[in-house]
Design a protein around this ligand. Structure first.
Ligand SMILES: *Cc1c(COP(=O)(O)O)cnc(C)c1O
Length: 406
């Protein structure tokens, strides 16, 4: 049997996380299971990572087969599975070039470097600044905390990396004012994930494209959380008919294996010539095998359409839930299977109470609780989750009433 979770006071892990007092030994589809056999319905999916749930047979088979062949070769040699995955990503998107990474933040680092290098290679090294948007989250490296602009992530880590100008969300005037002869690109999540499931209006995304075209800027979409079928399209920007020049992806593409990628048009990637960027692990054969296996499932006919159908059912049920619990739930947000409950009551209490009800959900900024189920959930799973959310909201209401009654 697996050891019990280690208490925070005994842990030697750097204590940057407030870990819930529960640990999982295995999983089955949308269920995460502890060593003592307690089953939790996992509507967090490891923060939108386990796109196909836990222990998906096709992913398990692919990874174990690859593990018996070769794990790692470095980027000094040919990468047939990487070539294949890159080609499949290009065929299914706007992209013509792919650089593989191990994480989302590294995919964004690549996007940022690519945008700067594009202008430098065209004789404009002074064009290195990138405009980002309030409430953004782009990762935890030094450059991506500067891009995200959240003071709590920046404080204490020395001088903020230069070259990021942040403007309010959906504010055309502020955006136009922030663009200078030094601007290289605009960078945005089509739906803010960590920031609280705020959807960027389609007309604003169209405006970004137009402003980029007018000013010779590159448009970068961070689809690390919104991508790979999560919103009911392969990538969220497809809902709006706007295409970026560069796009970062991660989370769902590995189905739980750590990987990411920076996708771009040939033109946007044109500065990234021999020797300008690199990675030891990125594009590793284990990751490439799993990435291809994820696409086998996600790009199979009807899969993403089914995500949209299930998502609609979930969203309708959440709207009913909000009507039943108006003192707890203020608003339903998001798209596809990336939905948020904006709450009147503290979201951390809700996350903890849901866990007590056997349901895993994830907090986000702006007092939102995120529902990010694996894309393989059925209507029965959705009904079960909604029933547990109902009990959760009911328990929170009861706790609100208690002090007055006593
Ligand atoms: C998770 C996330 C990141 C960072 O990805 P890591 O793999 O944690 O580095 C960046 N941008 C968005 C939108 C994310 O959701």
């Amino acid at each position: 049997m697996a050891p019990a979770p280690v208490s925070a006071s005994q842990s030697v892990l750097v204590p940057t996380y407030a870990r819930a007092p529960v640990a999982f030994e295995r999983g089955e589809g949308p269920w995460a299971i502890t060593a003592d056999g307690t089953r939790y319905l996992d509507f967090g999916a490891g923060i939108a990572v386990n796109a196909l749930g836990h222990a998906h047979p096709h992913l398990v088979k692919t990874l174990t087969e690859q593990a018996g062949k070769i794990w790692h070769t470095s980027n000094l040699y040919g990468a047939p599975d990487g070539e294949r995955l890159a080609r499949r990503l290009c065929e299914a998107t706007f992209a013509e070039r792919v650089f593989f990474t191990n994480s989302g933040a590294e995919a964004n680092e690549c996007a940022i470097k690519m945008a700067r290098k594009y202008h430098a290679a065209k004789g404009h090294p002074e064009r290195f600044r990138i405009v980002t948007f309030e409430g953004a989250f782009h990762g935890r490296t030094l450059a991506t905390i500067a891009a995200g602009g959240q003071q709590k992530y920046i404080d204490g880590f020395g001088p903020k990396v230069d070259g990021f100008d942040q403007v309010p969300f959906d504010d055309e005037k502020a955006l136009r004012a922030a663009i200078t002869p030094e601007t290289a690109a605009l960078m945005i999540e089509p739906i803010q994930g960590e920031g609280g499931l705020r959807s960027v209006p389609g007309r604003f995304l169209k405006l970004l494209r137009q402003i980029c075209d007018e000013n010779g800027l590159l448009l970068i979409f961070d689809e690390i959380q919104t991508g790979v079928g999560r919103t009911g399209k392969f990538f969220a920007h497809e809902h709006y008919g706007v295409t970026p020049d560069i796009m970062s992806i991660a989370k769902g593409i590995g189905g739980g294996f750590p990987m990411g990628a920076c996708l771009a048009t040939e033109e946007a990637a044109s500065g990234m010539t021999l020797g300008t960027h690199g990675t030891t692990f990125g594009g590793n054969p284990l990751a490439m095998a799993v990435g291809n296996a994820v696409l086998d499932v996600v790009l199979a006919p009807g899969f993403i359409e089914n995500v949209g159908r299930i998502a609609l059912r979930l969203k309708q049920s959440l709207a009913e839930l909000k009507d039943r619990h108006p003192g707890v739930i203020e608003e339903i947000r998001g798209e596809g299977l990336m939905l948020g409950l904006k709450l009147h009551t503290p979201n951390t209490d809700f996350v903890n109470e849901a866990r007590a009800q056997g349901l895993l959900v994830v907090g986000a900024g702006d007092n939102v609780v995120r529902l990010l189920p694996p894309l393989i959930v059925t209507e029965a799973d959705v009904a079960e989750a909604v029933s547990r959310l109902d009990k959760t909201a009911g328990a929170i209401e009861a706790s609100l009433k208690r002090p007055a009654a006593e």
